[in-house]
Design a protein around this ligand. Structure first.
Ligand code: CO8
Length: 258
């Protein structure tokens, strides 16, 4: 499908999705979010895709929700439209792994979108922030919840209440991002990580993602039980036999998603 606000390339079982509204620093409007949720659902169904990379431009991953589009909405319209609720739910329902490759600004909804991905690798010029308080609102697609889980209450409160920006080095120290790389190497480095993921047994990858995400939704006891059952279930796959026998035979595994 052709999209107006996204560019998509698929290569080596990795879909690289670029947000493409340079005139507004990739601000998230309803068209972009709707196209992105459609594109992710397509990628989930596409057998040529085993891992997804979501990125923006060198200057901005996304500078937040589109303020022009939202500015004059009434409270009733925001509520009745369930402003961005449905689209972000569809985005987070993606089953294949999504890596956010963040360069430049990831602000407001942009920071929240990056956090809705499975993990974030950022460039050394990245700047994260939840500056919605400066606009008289608060985060609206998970920022108060996901940022707090990622970096703890004190830093999350600091970000949400002051609206300050967090640079890449602090984001790595705080655990918001998994790695920081030089800006010029961001896409090649993230694509290499994505290709590594794409080489593994897909059932192991998909269930690992589901189990980690389950830890945010349930008690420790239930989460551990869920993981245990999934782990045990994987012994019914050919990929488990192949992975373990390849190790014992000192060769590379040939996973077949069975
Ligand atoms: N919405 C709409 N347009 C934007 C946005 C935005 N969020 N951010 C930048 N732009 C536009 C500017 O208006 C400007 O357009 P124009 O040239 O037509 O005037 C163009 O992008 C370039 O921006 P600047 O000239 O401002 O560029 P600078 O380099 O001077 O500054 C900044 C870059 C610091 C990123 C600055 O643009 C800025 O502060 N942007 C707004 C950041 C912000 O407040 N984000 C939060 C938005 S609210 C939000 O995200 C709510 C989340 C909850 C719902 C989420 C749903 C997706």
């Amino acid at each position: 499908m052709a999209y107006q606000t996204l560019n998509i390339e698929i290569d080596d079982y990795v879909a690289l999705i670029r947000l493409n509204r340079p005139e507004a620093l990739n601000a998230l409007n309803s068209q972009l979010l709707s196209e992105l949720s459609d594109a992710l659902q397509e990628a989930d169904k596409n057998e040529r895709v085993r891992c997804i990379v979501l990125t923006g431009s060198e200057k901005a991953f996304a500078a937040g929700a589109d303020i022009k589009e939202m500015a004059d909405k009434t409270g009733v319209e925001a509520y009745m439209d369930d402003l961005f609720g449905d689209q972000i739910d569809r985005i987070t329902a993606t089953r294949k792994p999504i890596i956010a490759a963040v360069a430049g600004y990831a602000l407001g909804g942009g920071c929240e979108l990056a956090m809705a991905c499975d993990f974030i690798i950022c460039a050394d010029n990245a700047k994260f922030g939840q500056p919605e308080v400066n606009l008289g609102v608060i985060a609206g697609i998970g920022g108060t919840q996901r940022l707090t889980r990622a970096i703890g209450k004190s830093k999350s409160m600091d970000m949400h209440l002051t609206g300050r920006f967090m640079e890449a080095a602090e984001a790595e120290r705080a655990g918001l991002v998994s790695r920081v790389v030089p800006a010029a190497k961001l896409i090649p480095e993230v694509m290499a990580v994505a290709r590594k993921i794409a080489e593994k047994s897909q059932i192991a990858i998909l269930t690992a993602k589901e189990c980690v995400n389950r830890s945010f939704e349930t008690t420790l006891r239930e989460g551990i039980l869920f993981e245990r059952r999934v782990f045990q279930g994987l012994f019914a796959t050919e990929d488990q036999k192949e992975g373990m026998h390849a190790f014992l035979e000192k060769r590379e595994p040939q996973f077949r998603d069975r």
